[in-house]
Design a protein around this ligand. Structure first.
Ligand code: NIG
Ligand code: FE
Length: 412
């Protein structure tokens, strides 16, 4: 099937010269666009694009995008969107004054979700997650990373990862699976956490790898969760089985997680609410993408990551949703775009780079997604009529996406 989109008011995030792996530092302000453009899709790929003055004569299905813009789909490189139940009771507990750490200590938080997951069938988890994928697709997301980590037993972790495998088979979104057995310590391992780490290393990782269930391995390396030493042990084991590291680091404290991530060539280190100069220095010259999760910081009223300092130091920054029931119950990447600008003072161009090309890198799909480039997968959206690119983050809370195209097909 072929599809032509013509009269595009602005074709955003085009890549014509040599491909770059990410945008960093000052270059985060670079956002190549073509005004009054066309885009041609053949099968599931972007075949060509250009200015309307060069429109080829093509007798194919055509969409007239007059007044509308075309963006590459958002890549959401950090989510926990397979889960059994929402957690609004804890939300109210927080309003009454409890902290996230206090709730976690008394068995709430991640352990609460783990219990609900153990009681849910694979089918239930699959159906609810598929609905969430459908919802975020219509908000402009075309690729998503999904973590396990609400299992915390071998059986439940495998169940979550099998659900993610089914989602990969059934959803038009591009999906990457991340094994996060080290998300929390189950109650019965309190006081002898080492035994749980051993279980992850000796039992879970080999089984996850044997079934080919995960692309990445993750650890919640933070105060009250897993130490740097434990993180190193888990990552070493995961790498041996071909899993590429991504890390939850520095949400609660300056945990050393950033340095561990860099040491093990993690594709990304995520959260980063607590960052000092040493963390910024550690990231310089590395291949690790610093990833900020504005929805989580907003929901928990956490201090904001020093994103401007990171960019001023020449680093790239990615921004993802962290969609999960405990700390970020929204996968709306348009809202992340707005928060990037309003709360972290990114310019609209920087925010778009942070949620497309840079998140594509952070989930290792930048070869085929994240920009509008010839030969890349045709995952993109057509906006409603909008006056400017700046309108996207400006009109917060509004859905500016009108038509979603994934793998070259218009999605109902
Ligand atoms: O990324 N920080 C750790 N994990 C999740 C929260 C999970 C939960 O509370 O359910 C996060 O914020
Ligand atoms: Fe997370």
């Amino acid at each position: 099937m072929s599809l032509l989109i013509k009269n595009i008011k602005k074709l955003v995030q085009t890549e014509t010269a040599t491909a770059v792996k990410w945008r960093a530092g000052k270059d985060m302000q670079t956002l190549p666009c073509i005004d009054n453009a066309w885009l041609y899709i053949e099968k599931d790929k972007i075949a060509d694009f250009g200015s309307m003055t060069t429109l080829p004569a093509l007798d194919v299905q055509t969409i007239d995008a007059n007044g509308k813009m075309v963006f590459p789909s958002f890549c959401d490189s950090h989510t926990h969107l397979v889960y059994a139940k929402s957690r609004e009771l804890e939300f109210v507990d927080k309003l009454r004054g409890l902290t996230y750490e206090e709730i976690a200590k008394r068995g709430g938080g991640i352990l609460n979700s783990a219990e609900a997951t153990s009681l849910s069938s694979e089918d239930e988890l699959f159906e609810t997650a598929l609905q969430r994928l459908n919802d975020i697709m219509h908000l402009g997301t075309g690729a998503v990373e999904i973590k396990s980590g609400y299992g915390l037993t071998t059986e439940s972790e495998l169940k979550m990862l099998r659900v993610i495998r089914r989602l990969k088979e059934h959803s038009p979104l591009t999906i990457k699976a991340n094994f996060l057995g080290a998300h929390g310590v189950p109650m019965q391992y309190r006081g002898h956490q080492k035994d749980y780490v051993d279980l992850i290393i000796n039992e879970m990782i080999p089984l996850v790898a044997a079934e080919g269930l995960a692309d990445f391995i993750d650890v919640f390396c933070d105060k009250g969760f897993f130490s740097c030493e434990e993180t190193e042990r888990i990552l070493t084991a995961g790498i041996k089985y071909g899993l590429c590291p991504k890390i939850h680091a520095n949400e609660m404290a300056v945990s050393g997680g950033v340095q561990v991530g860099v040491k093990y060539s993690a594709v990304s280190v995520d959260h980063l609410e607590q960052m000092g100069q040493a963390e910024i220095e550690a990231l310089k010259g590395s291949d690790t993408m610093p990833t900020v999760l504005p929805g989580c910081a907003f929901f928990l009223n956490l201090p904001l990551s020093p994103v401007r300092e990171m960019i001023a130091a020449g680093l790239p920054v990615a921004m993802a949703s962290d969609y999960n029931p405990g700390t970020a119950p929204s996968g709306n990447m348009q809202l992340i775009l707005s928060m990037a600008c309003i709360r972290y003072k990114l310019l609209p161009e920087e925010a778009i780079n942070a949620t497309t090309i840079n998140t594509a890198y952070a989930m290792d799909i930048h070869d085929h997604l994240g920009t509008i480039a010839k030969g890349k997968t045709a995952n993109l959206f057509i906006t409603k009529p909008i006056p400017s690119v700046d309108f996207m983050p400006y009109a917060f809370g509004e859905n500016k996406v009108e038509t979603v195209i994934l793998n070259g097909k218009v999605q109902a």
